[in-house]
Design a protein around this ligand. Sequence first.
Ligand code: SF4
Length: 379
Amino acid sequence: MMNYMNDLNGLYEKALNLEFLTAEEGLFLFKEAPLTNLMHVADELRKKQVPHGKVSWQIDRNVNTTNVCIANCKFCNFYRIPGHAEAYITTMDTYREKIQETLKWGGDQLLLQGGHHPDLGLKYYTDTFSAIKAEFPEIRLHTLGPPEVAHIAKLEKMTHHDVLSALKAAGMDSLPGAGAEILVDRVRRLVSNGKCGAQEWLDVMAAAHQLNITSSATMMFGHVETLEERFEHLIKIREVQSRKPETANGFLAFIPWTFQDVDTLLTKIRGVQNLTTGEEYIRMIAISRIMLPNIKNIQASWLTVGKKVAQICLHAGANDFGSIMLEENVVSAAGAPHRFTYKSMQDAIREAGFEPQLRNQEYKWRELPSDIEEQVINY
Ligand code: SF4
């Protein structure tokens, strides 16, 4: 394989041939390529990888199983320690009410996640998923994340494979790429020491892919990581995807998003602020498209960067706008202020010059329900 270090045109060509750029090559492009060139290369790659040219989006609701957590992540304002007055475990009555609303508002999925509760083992999750599926077989469960799976495996002294098999049998449809932050242990020790390490996150995903559980991958950046560590993260994700069984989807999407810093411990104690500019985010989207030629969908995080920057990302390699998130409590608790409705989401995509296409978690098209109701409550 040729090494095109310090040769921008050679690197553009290598990227356009869908070859794997090294971390050094990617970093050189990220730092040195003019923004318009980087966007152009990523846009060409989007057209190759997603030739239908539409921008997909989704309607789902982020519901939390529990806010009790012992992981103590320094960027998280959502969790409560065990025994706290505001601690909760969501009941079936609440799930029922939230699912009925989700269906009424056109949604087809719960993104179901929560904290690392010290007393909730595998049975709690399998019982919950089975009960939801028994009552609402049409609702898809995009649930947990590698750190929660690793936590359950430790509590139960089981393998990732066996935990995931049981969760899948109980109704887990797909595994979100949550809790990746930056997949480098130096960073994880500083921001999320109580969560699984980088290798375990990757191992859980590899086990999910072996079981043909579709997943996504994320990156939360803009805190204590170096640029080199962002590229280490991208390459680790790419390597796991390269090892997935041919018939499995593996990572169907990659979603980079920025650290939200309002009132977090990371900001209050360490003075860490998210200084990511709009241009830097657009570069990260473009470089994600370039560095991950084996992941088809790149999602722009409108929730953390806002509508305008996310719209530009659609011309910089992104082909997906994610969900309107009928409910979201975790990232919002650290300051993400942006909101979309099913109407404004489609308007934003059209304004950016693309045709919006509603999809499900497997990136299969959905018809927008004709009797959809506008969400009327604020949570
Ligand atoms: S991000 Fe998740 S694991 Fe970390 S403290 Fe918050 S709820 Fe717990």
